[in-house]
Design a protein. Structure first.
Length: 201
């Protein structure tokens, strides 16, 4: 039985003890339901509270699937794995992405695994993305989002900060998760060295 590290946050956000969630999920026979069916039942029970109920419904579902052994931490509902590594950087999300683009310009591989698709870029109001596919079938997404909480804490006129996150998906095993976690930490350390404005997360 794998214990999710998300449980304390789930309890705070949903204002329900984990034992209460387990009782509810056991009562609806969640162990025999699909991921989507569980998430829909949780979403319905949340009834709009907290505001981002869809996200928390997914969190409860994933934690439950870990609890019953359907997946282990880091494993997706499809059975593959993912790893995320983050770093706080100075500047706006646009400035952060521009520094990343300069950093990876001309790069053909990560960890000796060739980039075979992309890279591509996209954006939304609050996010900037850089994506590529690797020769082993895995996918890499690098995102930048504002660190609003940090700016508010520092006060009006404080320098902008962004969160750089590397999300590497479709990994085949926990061993690959740990391998790529170490590699991405090294890549972000290299990025930090190339751009001293990078800050500890």
């Amino acid at each position: 039985m794998a214990q999710s590290s998300r449980i304390p946050a789930i309890e705070r956000a949903t204002e329900r003890d984990w034992d209460d969630w387990l009782a509810f999920l056991d009562n609806i026979g969640a162990s025999d339901l699909s991921h989507a069916e569980i998430a829909q039942a949780v979403f319905t029970r949340l009834n709009g509270s907290p505001a981002n109920s869809g996200w928390w419904a997914q969190g409860v579902t994933i934690a439950y699937e870990q609890h019953i052994g359907r997946r282990i931490p880091g494993q997706s509902s499809a059975g593959d794995y993912a790893v995320s590594v983050t770093k706080t950087v100075s500047g706006t999300i646009e400035e952060g992405r521009e520094r990343w683009l300069a950093f990876v310009r001309g790069r053909a591989e990560f960890g000796d695994v060739a980039i075979t698709s992309g890279p591509t870029q996209s954006e939304s109001e609050k996010w900037r993305y850089w994506r590529c596919g690797l020769e082993d079938g895995t996918r890499v997404t690098v995102s930048f989002t504002p660190k609003a909480a940090a700016a508010q804490a520092a006060g009006e006129g404080a320098p902008a900060k962004s969160l750089l996150a590397v999300n590497h998906t479709k990994l085949e095993s926990i061993d690959e998760v740990e391998h790529w976690r170490a590699l991405w930490k090294a890549v972000l350390a290299e990025f930090s060295g190339a751009h001293p404005a990078t800050l500890p997360s």
